[in-house]
Design a protein around this ligand. Structure first.
Ligand code: URQ
Ligand code: ZN
Ligand code: ZN
Length: 480
């Protein structure tokens, strides 16, 4: 079925203009005015609406086995909830257990993700090291389109990567043309502080942020950045939550080091007062790592986005319901870490970013879609409105409002960290590869319709760059 999006304003990361967009066979076929389209083409009236690249969430954990339980959101319900909010692609995480072969874990996650409603890709975590890991990284890059490897510097005695593993894996990433990414918290410090705080009898969720203060994140971020600098490899810091890690990124970038930073919609908008709420369920529902921070960090993070020192937004969508969070009723270190957000990221970023004047609509597109596509090497297939790109499109009502609630959201979790907030900016229609998956409040997602996105390795030699460039012929926009 071909679709003509008529009368809208196309908004990309670099320009805004009036044009119709014609999609067929999952691809954007033409952009312009008075387009010649088939008679049976479906027409979407986009008058007064914005036509933007569908959101890309580069950080989700659907149905993640973690801390003795499994995240409540699966790949179908999670990608469907994303579609309802205008997100059309996710980059999730394969997280092998220590000693588990990477390819075994990769195949397991690929099986779980087959039910996805929209497109998906995977970062692969390096949670241990031996020659097989070294070899499997090459297999993943060269045969499976993985171009990024995650390193948890936190979660000691579980999935934490020690410095030796960071050095070996970052070096391997450089050899393969892959991007190392890090969850930057010093896991040994967290472990020590958790024990210290519990021994003092502080066992409720209020202990969680005290065990992971900003300096614990700042130290790890700087350490990872310095290791990357010494090895001359780029690096991407996930969920940057505080001034201390932003400072490390900003310093490195100002010296020309290739460092990228991601910020979560939650960390931009929610502060650490949530952990002092007397209701255990409410406070525990906000337990994630790094924790929500004191208010001063939020303004710093917004400035990081506005200055270009942070390039992407994500959600770290990792859902646990109240009965799962209760595992930590008497010991906050046992509360499964994670919160939701995939359905609300774009509305939060529009309401707090564009409506307030912090971001232009073009910058909104950059930080919710295009920058992630460029950093992870899937632009312009994803993250663009251009002829030849996948027809992943959100048709956006810049003035519409909605009130966020767990009672009405499509996320498979019983809590919403943005509960009760009325936001301006919402998805009216969402297209995934040219199929309407969300339209005027109705989900039309199909289980298994999502496709795996291969992300090519980055290349340094010019011949390979020329070859890669030929894959993405510049696309003409036939606007008269
Ligand atoms: O650390 C992560 O990114 C995963 C395990 C989700 N949980 C969290 O608290 N961020
Ligand atoms: Zn993390
Ligand atoms: Zn995560």
């Amino acid at each position: 079925m071909s679709i003509l999006i008529k009368g809208g304003t196309v908004v990309t990361a670099d320009q805004s203009y009036q044009a119709d967009v014609y999609c067929d066979e999952g691809i954007i076929q033409a952009i312009g005015k008075d387009l010649d389209v088939p008679k049976d083409c479906q027409i979407i009236d986009a008058d007064q609406l914005l036509v933007m690249p569908g959101g890309i969430d580069p950080h989700t954990h659907m149905q993640l086995p973690f801390m003795g339980t499994v995240a409540s959101e699966d790949f179908f319900t999670g990608t469907s909830a994303g579609a309802a909010g205008g997100t059309t692609s996710i980059i999730d995480f394969v997280i092998p257990n220590p000693q588990q072969p990477l390819m075994e874990a990769y195949n397991q996650w690929m099986e779980w993700a087959e039910k996805s409603a929209t497109d998906y890709s995977f970062h692969v975590a390096i949670t241990w090291w031996d020659d097989s890991v070294y070899q499997d990284m090459a297999t993943l890059v060269n045969e499976h389109g993985v171009n990024s490897f995650k390193h948890f510097m936190a979660y000691k005695n579980a999935i934490m990567a020690e410095d030796e593993t960071l050095v070996k894996s970052f070096s391997r990433c450089l050899e393969l043309g892959a991007m190392p990414t890090v969850h930057a918290e010093n896991g040994d410090l967290v472990y020590h502080l958790q024990k210290e705080i519990l021994a003092k009898g502080i066992r409720g969720p209020e202990g969680h942020p005290v065990s992971r203060p900003p300096e614990v994140e700042g130290e790890a971020a700087n350490r990872a950045i310095r290791i990357a600098q010494a090895l001359n490899v780029p690096i991407y810091a996930v969920h940057v939550s505080c001034e201390e890690s932003l400072e490390a990124i900003t310093r490195a970038r100002s010296e020309g080091q290739r460092v990228y930073g991601e910020v979560l919609a939650g960390h931009l908008e929610i502060d650490d007062s949530v952990y002092r709420n007397k209701d255990f369920e409410f406070a525990a529902a906000h337990v994630m790592s790094p924790p929500f921070r004191p208010k001063k960090h939020q303004e710093a993070l917004w400035k990081g986005l506005q200055s270009g020192n942070l390039q992407t937004t994500a959600t770290d969508h990792c859902c646990f319901c109240a009965d799962q969070k209760a595992a930590g009723k008497d010991d906050f270190s046992l509360i499964p870490n994670g919160t939701a957000g995939i359905e609300d990221r774009l509305s939060i970023m529009w309401d707090s970013g564009v409506v307030t004047g912090r971001l232009t609509p073009n910058e909104f597109v950059a930080v919710t879609s295009t920058n992630a596509a460029k950093i992870f090497n899937i632009y312009p297939q994803k993250g663009s409105i251009s002829v030849g790109a996948d027809a992943d499109i959100v048709i956006w009502d810049a003035n519409g409002t909605r009130t966020i609630s767990a009672k009405t959201h499509h996320q498979n979790v019983d809590f919403n960290i943005f509960e009760g907030r009325t936001v301006q900016g919402l998805a009216v229609h969402t297209l995934s590869r040219g199929n309407l998956v969300w339209t005027e409040g109705e989900l039309r997602t199909v289980k298994g319709a999502g496709k795996y996105i291969k992300r090519p390795a980055f290349s340094s030699d010019f011949e390979a760059v020329k070859k890669q460039a030929s894959l993405h012929e510049p696309t003409a926009v036939n606007r008269d």
